[in-house]
Design a protein around this ligand. Structure first.
Ligand SMILES: CC(C)(COP(=O)(O)OP(=O)(O)OC[C@H]1O[C@@H](n2cnc3c(N)ncnc32)[C@H](O)[C@@H]1OP(=O)(O)O)[C@@H](O)C(=O)NCCC(=O)NCCS
Length: 172
């Protein structure tokens, strides 16, 4: 899969060796506070890595998911998925391990993935959602040039609770 290189980060495909690094963030309840997955068990982190490794083979449908690495260490993940080829529309997401928060890594990785989505995948509309309480993620989305479009009421069922989402998008 295509690697994306930024000033400080290399976004590469996941490998089977990344399970421990994934579990370090995906098993962290604070990281998963606003996500509709996790906190993972070790088996769930293993299953995630197995799934993204299998999906990274050329021609596979589904999301493209990169391991976000800084000086060789996995610090998070970023993904983009084409949700409609006909309408050239996609959705992206990201996560960063708590020990690396506040260093601009999510912004740098998400900007690279948004650029890839617009330029390489030729998507005319790239969406992202986040919970209204996830102020850091909203900040990331605004910094990469996305605009808030609306509130999706009762959008997700997260650990037994219905949660709203804010909808953001970048468009041509
Ligand atoms: C959201 C997340 C990806 C941000 O990662 P990060 O690498 O720390 O993000 P950055 O450093 O690039 O930018 C964070 C911005 O939010 C701001 N921020 C962080 N916490 C904040 C808070 N509680 N209130 C207001 N702003 C906050 C930072 O100051 C920064 O903005 P600035 O550059 O204008 O100062 C990370 O916290 C995370 O992985 N959270 C859990 C998973 C998640 O929520 N993923 C997104 C799902 S929508």
């Amino acid at each position: 899969m295509i690697e994306l290189v930024t000033e400080r980060l290399r976004l590469r495909g996941f490998t089977p060796d990344d399970v421990a690094a994934v579990h370090a963030y995906a098993g962290d309840p604070e990281v998963c506070r606003h996500t509709d997955w996790g906190p993972n068990t070790p088996a769930q982190s293993q299953a995630f890595v197995d799934e993204v490794c299998a999906a990274s083979a050329p021609g596979q449908p589904g999301p493209t998911t990169w391991a976000v690495t800084a000086t060789g260490e996995v610090v998070g993940a970023c993904s983009v998925e084409v949700t409609s080829a006909q309408h050239r529309r996609g959705v992206m997401g990201y996560v960063v391990a708590r020990e690396h928060w506040g260093r601009g890594f999510a912004t740098e990785a998400a900007a690279a993935v948004l650029r890839f989505a617009r330029e390489d995948l030729a998507l005319a509309r790239v969406e992202a959602t986040c919970r209204p309480g996830n102020v850091a993620s909203q900040r990331v989305l605004r910094k990469i040039g996305m605009q808030q479009e609306g509130l999706l009421r009762s959008h997700l069922l997260i650990r037994g609770r219905r949660e709203d989402s804010l909808l953001f998008a970048a468009v041509d």
